[in-house]
Design a protein around this ligand. Structure first.
Ligand SMILES: NC(=O)c1ccc[n+]([C@@H]2O[C@H](COP(=O)([O-])OP(=O)(O)OC[C@H]3O[C@@H](n4cnc5c(N)ncnc54)[C@H](OP(=O)(O)O)[C@@H]3O)[C@@H](O)[C@H]2O)c1
Length: 269
């Protein structure tokens, strides 16, 4: 008899899963046996529907596509409400959504405007939403029908360079923003263990929309700063997210897992 898949019959939510790392995570969850998934998006409805299709094709039984601009309190409440109402229980919540200020029209904004936008989406919305989700997860763990289940998890997305710092505007924006997310996740882990497991995955240079269109300088820098000498892929990050969120990994909480192919100190800028 083959072993049960890791997420067999599990329910999970991935914020910002209309593209990139979020989409890869939904796909990996579906392949790992998750039976109920929420695909969340803000503006990219077509992308979210494509993600949902991938989940169905991988055998997921129930997939809900939910739109919410997480900057707006009523919309983030709506996302949490829909997920917990539809599924009754959420085993894994992945806080992946983050503002893209590097491509499209947003790239033309001033430093102050980008910082403010990142603050609202990546930090404030993530913190407020997670506090809401944690309360709902605690209620579900104390309910009788769920008392035998393993502790649910929440996984955050940081950035490998945030605690160390990086030169330039990107370092001065994403550094403090993602460090704030990582610090919040660690505080959540301290508060809610052993009832909830809380971890962070900290990607390095991952080739999503910015990485696909960036300059030769950043392309070669991204490759040179990884000991594996290549860009990371959304699938690389999804694997670490699945490890952190796997219900059976009951001794993994308060951890930050870097996914950067090993940081190279050999790079000469
Ligand atoms: N790529 C990297 O190298 C890298 C490195 C470190 C950390 N990260 C982090 O990893 C996460 C995913 O990044 P990615 O590269 O996969 O980017 P992505 O493809 O641009 O995905 C970002 C997701 O966030 C959603 N989002 C943006 N603003 C939102 C808002 N106001 N409300 C709700 N959802 C919103 C987007 O939704 P819509 O498109 O539907 O609007 C999209 O689904 C982000 O938190 C990012 O900061 C990425």
């Amino acid at each position: 008899m083959s072993p049960k898949p890791a997420f067999s019959s599990a329910a999970a939510v991935v914020t910002g899963s209309s593209s990139g790392i979020g989409r890869a995570t939904i796909s990996a969850l579906a392949k790992a046996g998750a039976s109920q998934l929420v695909v969340h998006y803000c503006a990219n409805q077509r992308g979210a529907e494509e993600t949902a299709k991938i989940a169905w094709q991988s055998g997921c039984e129930e997939v809900f596509v939910v739109q919410a601009d997480l900057q707006i309190p009523s919309q983030r409440d709506h996302l949490a409400e829909v997920a917990f109402k539809k599924f009754g229980r959420v085993d894994a919540w992945i806080n992946n959504a983050g503002a893209d200020v590097l491509t499209g029209d947003a790239a033309k904004l001033s430093f102050a405007e980008k910082l403010q936008w990142l603050w609202r989406v990546d930090v404030q919305a993530t913190i407020e939403l997670s506090r809401n989700v944690a309360q709902r997860m605690l209620e579900q763990t104390t309910s009788e029908s769920n008392s035998e289940k393993l502790p649910p998890s929440m996984t955050f997305i940081g950035w490998d360079q945030a605690p160390l710092g990086m030169e330039g505007d990107a370092g001065q924006m994403f550094g403090p923003i993602k460090a704030a997310v990582m610090a919040f996740a660690n505080s959540m882990a301290q508060e809610f263990s052993p009832d909830l497991r809380i971890n962070t995955v900290a990607p390095g240079w991952i080739q999503t929309s910015w990485g696909e269109s960036t300059s030769d300088y950043w392309d070669s820098r991204a490759k040179a700063q990884s000991l594996m000498q290549r860009w990371g892929t959304p699938d690389d990050v999804a694997k670490a997210i699945l490890y952190a969120a796997d219900p059976a990994n009951t001794f993994t909480t308060g951890q930050t897992i870097a996914v950067d192919g090993g940081w190279s100190r050999r790079f000469q800028g």
